[in-house]
Ligand binder design. Structure first.
Ligand code: CMC
Length: 433
């Protein structure tokens, strides 16, 4: 397939017939062939496992520039947002499409406080989970359960969308903290209207009736930054899941619960837990990073260097750069000396100098350094992906909302190339095997 002289179409010659397909361009110069009439006009479908070459939608929520290592939320560089904004401000930006005024931010924060509790009857749900349940399992189940307690409001009214969105943003944090408290057998700590979003979360996580938890502004700032880093990332796996489920007109809670399940996968958000487990293993085995690198390069070995590589970034992930800075700052300010940080830095240095990683353009991704910071802050390993989910929520909501408002979107229903039998003669039970 080649582009013809008219830049607006690409010609495909198939079976002696020329089919002209329109070409669309995004505002970053990425061109895309609009194949919507391909099957009708040529009887063809496209084959693209993993959708590596497929644009599933037009979006203006966020943009990942994998060549230049840039990440934009609504046009703003993630570096500027992490430096100057709170997570709540960035959540507003993603959902509403612009930065809030002071009054809008105050109103949004007040709404977040008002909706931060979960229905008392939901407390009993936590007791139904066996000891050792992964908090991501609890989180996804609790989020879908919210739909029974807080039926979705009509998204056509801005104020009503605000309420559903703020309910989710606020309650996800409460559910996350409650699932942690349940897992360690401590009483739940309720949200407080006196505290900001991140301070409230840290307080619900770490205070208890017998410990006077001092909310450290250094940790609150780090928490804000880390959540901002995760707030959106164009059409990644969990966001695409949210959109896919949303395309069937499922309610917002169901879509977000599905997104949480996708995020849990170790190739996606679950990698932050895997990174720490990998670093701990290296530490236990004497700190030799060479063995892991050799194993990651060996095609017969299923081990991958967790926290390394990305579908889009072919240079250093800008989030990883910021996460590394946050990590050294937090550990420095807390006076924590974590041998895992040293191992991570050694691993990064060796991998970047290795031709296997260089040729494939594999660099540290966002998950490489975040876990070490979470560890220093006191989060247990299995909560790391939950933190990713809290961060990603405003992006999921914004993307879901964009899908709903996009007149070109329809139910997502890919085609396949069927490779199975054409006609298998039926075999009655008594004649099988
Ligand atoms: N360790 C060793 N080899 C790797 C790695 C890795 N972490 N990542 C990619 N490769 C190799 C891969 O084996 C392949 O080699 P070859 O061309 O010889 O077959 C080549 O690099 C291209 O990899 P791919 O699997 O085709 O790339 P992908 O775009 O399908 O996968 C990825 C992207 C993130 C799933 C993958 O890099 C990976 O598994 N990384 C480790 C898990 C991880 O850190 N995930 C978090 C991603 S960032 C957070 C998020 O947004 O989810």
């Amino acid at each position: 397939m080649g582009e013809n002289k008219n830049p607006e179409t690409a010609d495909l010659i198939f079976d002696g017939k020329k089919i002209s397909l329109p070409v669309r361009s995004d505002n970053q110069g990425q061109k895309g062939i609009d194949i919507r009439t391909l099957r009708r006009d040529a009887g063809l479908v496209t084959y693209d496992p993993g959708f590596a070459n497929t644009a599933s939608c037009q979006s203006s929520v966020s943009h990942v520039d994998g060549e230049r290592g840039r990440l934009l939320y609504r046009g703003f560089a993630v570096e500027d947002l992490t430096e100057n904004c709170t997570f709540v401000e960035v959540g507003y930006l993603l959902i509403h499409g612009r930065l809030p005024t002071r009054t809008e931010l105050e109103k949004f924060s007040a709404l977040l406080n008002r909706h931060s509790m979960i229905h008392e009857d939901m407390r009993t749900f936590f007791s139904g989970y066996p000891e050792g349940s992964h908090p991501m399992a609890v989180l996804s189940a609790m989020v879908v359960s919210l739909s029974s307690f807080y039926p979705e409001l009509e998204e056509s009214e801005t104020e009503e969308l605000d309420i559903t969105a703020t309910r989710l943003l606020s309650k996800l944090r409460t559910i996350a903290a409650f699932s942690y408290k349940k897992s360690i057998g401590e009483p739940f700590v309720y949200p407080s209207y006196k505290l900001s979003y991140c301070a409230n979360f840290l307080n619900m996580m770490f205070s208890s009736p017998v410990t006077d938890y001092q909310i450290d502004p250094v940790l609150v700032r780090a928490m804000n930054k880390l959540l901002i880093l995760h707030a959106d990332h164009d059409q990644n796996c969990s966001t695409s899941t949210v959109r896919l489920v949303g395309s069937a007109a499922a309610n917002l809670y169901a879509c977000i619960a599905a997104g949480i399940c996708a995020l849990w996968g170790p190739l996606h958000g679950g990698a932050n837990q895997e990174v720490i487990e990998m670093l701990e293993r290296i530490h236990r085995e004497g700190g030799n990073v060479d063995k892991v690198i050799e194993r990651a390069k060996d095609k017969k070995d299923p081990l991958r260097l967790m926290g390394f590589g990305h579908r889009i970034y072919k240079t250093y992930d800008p989030r990883a750069k910021i996460a590394k800075t946050i990590c050294t700052e937090v550990l420095g300010k807390l006076g924590v000396k974590d041998p895992l940080l040293e191992i991570a830095m050694k691993l990064e240095e060796k991998a970047l100098a290795d031709s296997y990683f260089a040729e494939r353009k594999l660099y540290p991704n966002v998950d490489f350094y975040t876990g070490i910071t979470y560890r220093a802050m006191g989060f247990p390993t299995d909560m790391y992906t939950v933190l990713f989910a809290i961060g990603r929520l405003p992006g999921w909501i914004a993307q879901w909302q964009e899908l709903k408002r996009d007149p070109e979107q329809k139910i997502w229903r890919p085609r396949q190339l069927y490779m199975g039998a054409d006609h298998a003669p039926f075999v009655p039970m008594e004649k099988r095997g």
